[in-house]
Structures are given as structure tokens and as C-alpha cells.
Design a binder for this molecule. Structure first.
Ligand SMILES: [Zn+2]
Length: 296
């Protein structure tokens, strides 16, 4: 009997100790509830004021790279009417050249970051050096058109232009720090420079259109990064040269009525015919008013 009582006491003590130990073990803390996810819908966009939208949160990887070679500002994604959609959009204000100078983009261009990066790389690595022999540093490029929600060549109902995807830039001229301008479509501008610009732009961009392409690009160069099947690229830019001056004999013929001269009288008189006036120095043409032709 006594042994049973002792056994009961031992069990009670053991159970009591067990409960006491259980009370001492801290329970795991409840996991915090995950924060409610923010809606990831598209940010509002005002097509009338694409550059005035608030800055979206956080730069993209492209924008971080771009910050090393350009002055650019993040823009809202473009979700416009008419199928105009573009993501990772920036406003390109200037390109930072390797010598720390800035090349202004005037007016600032609204472009997809990848396109802005390609433009900045082209200006830094190829355009700047190509224009380096003209006596001064490159100071600015004229943005003839960047983002524009429209069809190709501004034709109603035409396929959406790459401009409508912020994926294209039109350039009309480059201006140096000393005021000298180079218009790449001007047949009197420095030909070797224009050849370099053509070659380098066609190597970097997916589409390059200039004089001789389709009649819409006689006064500016169109650049874009359009994706095509098989990686096909389009490079249509004739680097034109002025027609050769007419020989003096022909010039004299043109000055007189047909049939009034013959070979005997023509030859000695030819020496008196003034030669054509020399062309202006290549690349030194004055800025002309924009022709504002239709653009792609
Ligand atoms: Zn264009």
C-alpha cells in the first residue's frame, strides 16, 4: 500500500515538473502577415504632356547604365491611345562625352531607354570623333522628332511608326561649339564625315533612312531600333555629292542659243568663260528653316 502511494506521489511530481517545463518554453512568435501588395497597374499617362508625368519609382537597369553616359530623366510608361505603347521611357537631355563635355539634345528627346542608350553611345563613340576634324567640339544635336503617336510618314491609317513606340529619333543637324553646323543630308557638307555617319549609324541602329530612301527623308536622318524577323536591318541613305561643274565649253553653249556657235569660234572664247563659283566650305552652311516635310 505504501509503495502504491509513493508511486502516485512520484508520478504527480513528474507530471507537475513536466507542466512547469512546458510553461517555461517560449512559444514561437506568430509570423507577421505579408503586407498587402500594391496594385501594379499601368501608371496614368497624359499624351499631351508626356514629359510632365511624375517620375516612376526606381530606375531600370538600362537607366542606371544610361546615367553614366547621358543626362536623362525617367518618364512614365506610355500607354496612349492609337496603340502607342512604350515602357522604360526616358527624356534624353544631353550626352556626356568622354572628355566630360555635354552635347545637348534640343529639344530633349522622349525615347525608350534602350534607344536613348544607343543614341548616346553613337554620339559619344562615333559622331563626336567623326566631327572632330571640323575645328570644334560637338555641342548639340537637333531632335527633329522623337516620341510621336502617329502612323508612318504621318499618313492616316498607316502602320504605327516607331516614333509611336518612342523607339525612333530624327536628326536634322549637328552643331559645334564654334557655331559651325553639319547637316548630314546636305550634299555640300563634308563628304567623308557624312560617310562615317552613315556607316556608323547603319552599324548601330536597325533602321536608317535618309536622302534617297523614300522621299520623306531628304532633310533629316531617321534612326530607330525596329525589330524585324531574322534581325533584318534597313540602311537607306545616299550620301550625295554635288554634280560636277560643267566644262567651260558647255557652260558657254548654255549661255547662247543653240546653233549660234560653232567649234571654230567656241574654243578661244572658252577661256573667257568664268569658272563656277567655289562651293561653300563643306559643313559650314547656315541653318535654314526646317522644311518640315513628312517624316517616318
Ligand atoms: Zn523618323
Amino acid at each position: 500500500m505504501r509503495s502504491r502511494v509513493c508511486l502516485g506521489l512520484v508520478l504527480l511530481i513528474a507530471l507537475g515538473s513536466a507542466f512547469a517545463m512546458a510553461d517555461d518554453v517560449p512559444l514561437p512568435r506568430p509570423k507577421p502577415k505579408p503586407a498587402a501588395a500594391e496594385p501594379a497597374g499601368p501608371l496614368p499617362f497624359d499624351p499631351a504632356h508626356p514629359n510632365e508625368a511624375a517620375v516612376p519609382p526606381g530606375p531600370s537597369a538600362c537607366e542606371l547604365r544610361l546615367a553614366n553616359i547621358a543626362v536623362a530623366l525617367s518618364q512614365f510608361d506610355i500607354e496612349g491611345q492609337g496603340g502607342c505603347v512604350a515602357h522604360d521611357v526616358v527624356r534624353l537631355d544631353a550626352i556626356l562625352m568622354p572628355d566630360k563635355t555635354k552635347v545637348a539634345v534640343t529639344p530633349p528627346a522622349t525615347l525608350r531607354c534602350e534607344m536613348a542608350e544607343s543614341v548616346a553611345g553613337w554620339i559619344r563613340d562615333e559622331v563626336g570623333p567623326a566631327l572632330g576634324g571640323l575645328g570644334s567640339k560637338l555641342a548639340r544635336i537637333e531632335n527633329f522628332d522623337s516620341f510621336s503617336c502617329r502612323g508612318r510618314n504621318r499618313v492616316f491609317g498607316a502602320k504605327l511608326s516607331e516614333h509611336g513606340k518612342a523607339n525612333a529619333l530624327d536628326i536634322r543637324f549637328f552643331k559645334l561649339a564654334n557655331g559651325v553646323m553639319l547637316t548630314p543630308t546636305d550634299m555640300h557638307a563634308d563628304r567623308p564625315v557624312r560617310e562615317k555617319l552613315r556607316e556608323s549609324s547603319c552599324g548601330r541602329f536597325k533602321t536608317v533612312l535618309g536622302p534617297g530612301s523614300d522621299g520623306y527623308h531628304e532633310d533629316h536622318i531617321h534612326l530607330d531600333l525596329a525589330e524585324r524577323r531574322g534581325g533584318y536591318k534597313m540602311c537607306q541613305w545616299d550620301v550625295r555629292v554635288p554634280p560636277p561643274p560643267k566644262p567651260p565649253a558647255e557652260a558657254k553653249k548654255d549661255d547662247k542659243n543653240d546653233g549660234e556657235t560653232d567649234a571654230a569660234t567656241e574654243t578661244p572664247a572658252a577661256a573667257d568663260v568664268p569658272l563656277p563659283r567655289p562651293r561653300p566650305v563643306a559643313g559650314m552652311n547656315d541653318e535654314k528653316p526646317a522644311l518640315r516635310r513628312k517624316r517616318l
